[in-house]
Ligand binder design. Sequence first.
Ligand code: COA
Ligand code: HC5
Length: 635
Amino acid sequence: MWKFCSRTAGGMAKTCGLVRPCHLVKPVSATRVAGRYLSHQRGLPCLPLPPLQQTCERYITALEPIVEADELMHTKELLEDFTKTGGLGERLQEGLEKRAQRTENWLSEWWVRVAYLEYRMPVVVHSSPGLVLPRMDFRDKQGQISFAAKLIAGVLDFKTMIDNETLPVEFLGGKPLCMNQYYEVLSSCRIPGVKKDSVVNHAKSSSPPKHISVVHNFQFFQLDVYHHDGTPLTADQLCVQLEKICSASSESDAEPVGILTTQHRDRWGKAYLRLISDKTNRESVVAVQRSIFTLCLDGATSQCSDDVYRSSAAVQMLHGGGSGGNSGNRWFDKTLQFIVGEDGTCGANYEHAPAEGPPIVALIDHVVEYTRKSEAIQAVVVPLPEPQKLQFNITAEMKEDIEEAKVSMNMLAQDLDMKVMMFGHFGKNVPKAHRMSPDAFIQMALQLAYYRMYRRCCATYESASLRMYRLGRTDTIRSASTASTSFVKAFDDPSKQNPEKMDLLEKAVKAHRSYTNMAISGQAIDRHLLGLKMQALEEKLSVPAIFTDAAYAKALHYQLSTSQVPSKTDCVMCFGPVVSNGYGVCYNPMNDHINFAVSSFNACTETDAGRLAQAVEDALLDMRTLLDQTPRAKL
Ligand code: COA
Ligand code: HC5
């Protein structure tokens, strides 16, 4: 149930500096205006704006392990000029302060624009994460359909909590979190534009959608999932409906119109205008966009060993395996797509603009628990309306767009290297027993693994949640620090003894945990720097020199892009690298094991997902050996 935040509007005045009128909170249904959701949201503090000097000092510290001495000198000079009294920095900071006064969150709108809506690479691999559930025990079409039916029922069960505002408030470090993202993931969709995309959320419309979209053999259907009296269809009623969909789409020669959503965003933006210029197509597209979520019933994939299975399941969730596989059996703009294969493969792909991973994972954890406990309830036999097939008229030009999308999707699929590693030797238990933050311990293992492979440190990104603040999204934890560098350099140095290595590990872990605390309390540097840059653009000023500096480009070239996403269910979460010569590393630390998904691009000869995964395993094991062999320092 909702745990009310004790802060009142008066308390909020203290935390935000002003009392915000209700209309600044996103448009909501009548019930929600009066509801618990809003009172919870109103009690949350606003994202703070860090002091200018603090950010500049911390920026220099963060650059130390990743840039050359002369580059650092140069940046210091630029920063001195930027922060001088009456200088550009002060002016921009004042602009940001004003923005913070008049908005609910000075950052979030800019962040969504820059990180997602104006980011033009395909959402597939480059932006949308995948999520793999433990393999289910069905192996045929019937099993696939009846599991998918339970899954739909599970999502609708979760949706009831969203609609009734009975979702439990989440906490981080004892502080309540912003719950807004939960209201953004269902009934919403990204819409391509030629230069910039947008997101529509139909949950907030006066007549919210009552259907989901289902895609099977590249053919889309609208499936109503509520009866006229507002009660949801039961799992066995849904099963009957899914059977109808599968028999109505048993041929697999349909044009894979969904593959268009895998394209570069500008190209898709143009193709989209062509596609929806036809009324039938427009109606079909709108039906998918409005739907509560999309269910992808996938065709069979090739058999493989258990070890390879997890990596290929991750690929199915991330991009679908190319046009000859299931990439056309998707609508990648849809915020939430559940994917169910015939061989027990099950998971999801989500479009990142509206929400971070944790709310999606909470929804999925709920769905999995629901499918496990749900028993077949014999529903009253009632005639159900036929699911509606969504028609598309494909012109020669649109066919060309589809062919072009197939080619680029196949190149991307060929290029992505994905290695899922279930690290089974230990989990959070070991670092906890040594009084260390498990997340920091894992991050240090990543640093050590990378250093062992490349003999250098790289700019490293870890997601930190800003959801302690209203409408908060993320900031960056820069895991490569001076302390981490000293630790990784010493680790394999034969002249160093264990007590010294242990001391360096402890210091590195502490430094990481302290950066994490700084980031989740809105005092990290990256989003503030972005804000200063955006403010300059907003004021039509030229981009300050600190942002055209070589060190800034290096700082943003994240060869390790990482994220911890925990789940109750034993899931594997995955995403692609963010630079051509980098790695994407998503991990889910459980109590006694850790699931990793490591990605890289095959086109880059320097990177190898399998090798990094192996190096991470070795690093974790070697770090445990160090813990075991070194007597704990006296407290
Ligand atoms: N000794 C013993 N135990 C410790 C410890 C120590 N020194 N430090 C931490 N722990 C415990 C914690 O109490 C916690 O216990 P729990 O398992 O009972 O909850 C556990 O170890 C994990 O803590 P830690 O490993 O330090 O990490 P965290 O859970 O605080 O997570 C972040 C760190 C950065 C991942 C988190 O703050 C965050 O921001 N998460 C969101 C990331 C995100 O949004 N990712 C997706 C982006 S789309
Ligand atoms: C289902 C797991 C999703 C994890 C996605 C994630 O961590 O996205 C990051 C979002 C952010 O703002 O930090 C981005 N990243 C994938 C590039 C780390």
